[in-house]
Design a protein around this ligand. Structure first.
Ligand SMILES: Nc1ncnc2c1ncn2[C@@H]1O[C@H](COP(=O)(O)OP(=O)(O)OP(=O)(O)O)[C@@H](O)[C@H]1O
Length: 243
């Protein structure tokens, strides 16, 4: 029997164990993510970052341990319950943009809003807004095949943020970007999260990118050797959500 999750933790996990086809990826990881914080999960390749984000975001069922979202258990949900939670509360940006190839940039960003029942005008209005913020408004009517990878990745970020999910999970989101675009996308992602009180969990193998986070948790070989002492970033001047 475990303790109840603290009230101010939007995500809370205790003793998560997860293997992929017999390969251990997480070995009793415990972590709390506070409401509205930007948390960086760092670690070398293969240290378990993607698996941890998968377990916290209800994409992967855990083998053992507990995951709670908003003081409700996630580890006891079946596939349908996890899908509903992901659709309604979470946004996801991966290292590949994974846009729908048949749709334009604007349609890709509007899609999750339309699927959630938002009206046509409001959904496309929000899509235009977020494309503008991510500096890809000029791509609105183009399909992914007509765009370069870094433009597609900005569109994927716009798509994740437009529905204003409670938590955004970003798994190495700047992998396809060169340095300048990388910094811009991370600034927009983190400042948008802060200005809209979204919680952002950012996995990266690049410890330099942790400077964008409020707090960092390091994974080593599927464990968190420095659990709660997590490095706290000094308060920084807020960055505007749009530019
Ligand atoms: N689908 C899979 N099948 C088998 N093993 C897997 C699978 N996914 C991950 N693993 C293994 O689980 C461990 C953790 O992988 P994970 O992708 O979570 O780490 P990571 O820190 O995100 O790595 P990277 O930075 O390369 O994405 C590694 O040993 C990896 O090889």
């Amino acid at each position: 029997m475990s303790a109840a999750p603290p009230d101010n933790d939007v995500l809370w996990a205790r003793g998560i164990v997860k293997s992929h086809h017999g390969t251990p990826a997480l070995r009793e990881v415990s972590i709390g993510v506070r409401e509205g914080e930007v948390l960086a999960v760092t670690g070398a390749r293969g240290s378990g970052k993607s698996t941890l984000l998968g377990c916290l975001s209800a994409q992967l069922p855990v083998d053992a341990g507990e995951v709670w979202f908003n003081s409700s258990p996630v580890h006891t949900l079946g596939r349908a319950g996890r899908e509903k939670l992901r659709r309604e509360r979470f946004g996801f940006v991966g290292s590949e943009p994974q846009l729908v190839p048949e749709l334009t940039a604007r349609e890709n960003v509007a899609l999750p809003l339309l699927l959630a029942g938002v009206g046509h005008r409001a959904a496309y209005g929000a899509a235009d807004d977020w494309l503008e913020r991510l500096d890809v408004a000029a791509c609105a009517k183009r399909r992914p095949e007509e765009l370069i990878r870094s433009q597609c990745q900005r569109i994927a970020v716009a798509r994740a943020l437009a529905p204003l999910p409670r938590v955004v999970f970003a798994d190495d989101p700047t992998a396809p970007l060169h340095r300048e675009a990388r910094d811009q996308v991370l600034r927009i992602l983190t400042s948008a999260a802060r200005s809209h009180q979204l919680t952002l969990v950012l996995a990266t193998h690049d410890p330099e990118l942790a400077r964008y986070a409020d707090r960092t948790v390091a994974l080593v070989d599927g464990r968190t050797p420095v659990p709660a002492t997590a490095v706290r970033r000094p308060a920084a001047a807020p960055v505007a959500a749009s530019h």
